[in-house]
Design a protein around this ligand. Structure first.
Ligand SMILES: Cc1cc2nc3c(=O)[nH]c(=O)nc-3n(C[C@H](O)[C@H](O)[C@H](O)COP(=O)(O)O)c2cc1C
Length: 254
């Protein structure tokens, strides 16, 4: 069945986008992508039964990024099928997939399927460094096929998605990227930051109240100046690597 595919992702360091593309590629139909990382305002979108919405978001402290919630609320479904995906860095996705599915349902979508996949941890990039990998790709394709079959059968059951309500409280931000003497004032981080947390006059500084720690400035800095310069990070990184060394596998709800 051909549908109009509406793809949404938010991907400051690129792996959520990769997951979304690997998944969405399996669907035929006229495709339109909404990149929530861009600062452009999103107009209200009314979707119908002929559409299929596929939303892929990263997990931030066990939740979906707050910055995405208002953008998601611009999308209204009318019994429109939707697929919810979250990308997480091999620790846990906690309540993020449930939260995303709940928002989509409130907005008038029917959840066809939901899944959590593992992607490189953008803060601790040696964790799940090469994911999604070939094994994940097989599972991504398999999940897409299951969703397509379900779409054909026109039977959408109520899914039991892992997670708790009330959702986990997001933890306080202990970390924040800044720049150092390697900074050449190119301004790339200033332009790319989705919340305007980096000062034009001194791009080495970060506004700690605005920063959402999305890591986009780190991955886009041409000199490696922007990173976590605090000692606390190095200590935390070692512990995080040990605690999260065991490979996790994707979880699928259909
Ligand atoms: C602020 C922040 C919080 C995160 N919290 C979690 C988490 O709770 N559990 C987890 O396994 N990974 C967590 N991650 C890792 C991301 O979910 C993962 O790296 C994801 O791929 C990032 O998406 P991106 O590559 O599209 O930017 C977090 C990353 C960031 C930046």
């Amino acid at each position: 069945m051909n549908k109009n595919i509406r793809e949404i992702y938010f991907s400051p360091s690129g792996r959520t986008k990769k997951l979304s593309e690997l998944f969405v590629d399996n669907f035929n139909g006229n495709k339109k992508t909404f990149d929530f990382f861009l600062k452009d305002e999103i107009k209200n979108q009314n979707l119908g039964e002929e559409d299929l919405l596929i939303v892929t978001l990263p997990v931030y402290a066990g939740r979906i990024p707050k910055i995405c919630v208002n953008k998601l609320k611009k999308f209204k479904g009318n019994n429109t099928p939707a697929i919810a995906l979250v990308a997480y860095g091999n620790r846990d996705y906690d309540d993020a997939l449930l939260e995303l599915s709940d928002i989509l349902k409130e907005q008038g979508f029917k959840i066809l399927g939901a899944a959590a996949f593992i992607t490189r941890h953008s803060i601790f990039p040696e964790v799940a460094e090469n994911r999604p990998d070939e094994e994940d790709e097989i599972k991504i394709k398999d999940f897409a096929n299951k969703c397509k079959n379900k779409l054909e059968s026109l039977e959408i059951n109520e899914l039991e998605i892992k997670g708790n309500r009330p959702y986990k409280e997001g933890n306080k931000k202990p970390l924040m990227p800044t720049g150092d003497e390697l900074c050449i004032n190119c301004g790339k981080c200033v332009r790319i930051c989705p919340v305007e947390a980096i000062s034009k006059n001194n791009p080495r500084e970060t506004d700690k109240d605005k920063c959402i720690n999305c890591t986009a400035c780190i991955y886009n800095c041409p000199t490696g100046s922007r990173t976590y310069h605090m000692e606390q990070y190095k200590i935390g990184y070692e512990k995080f690597k040990i605690d999260n060394a065991k490979r996790k596998e994707p979880e699928i709800f259909i």
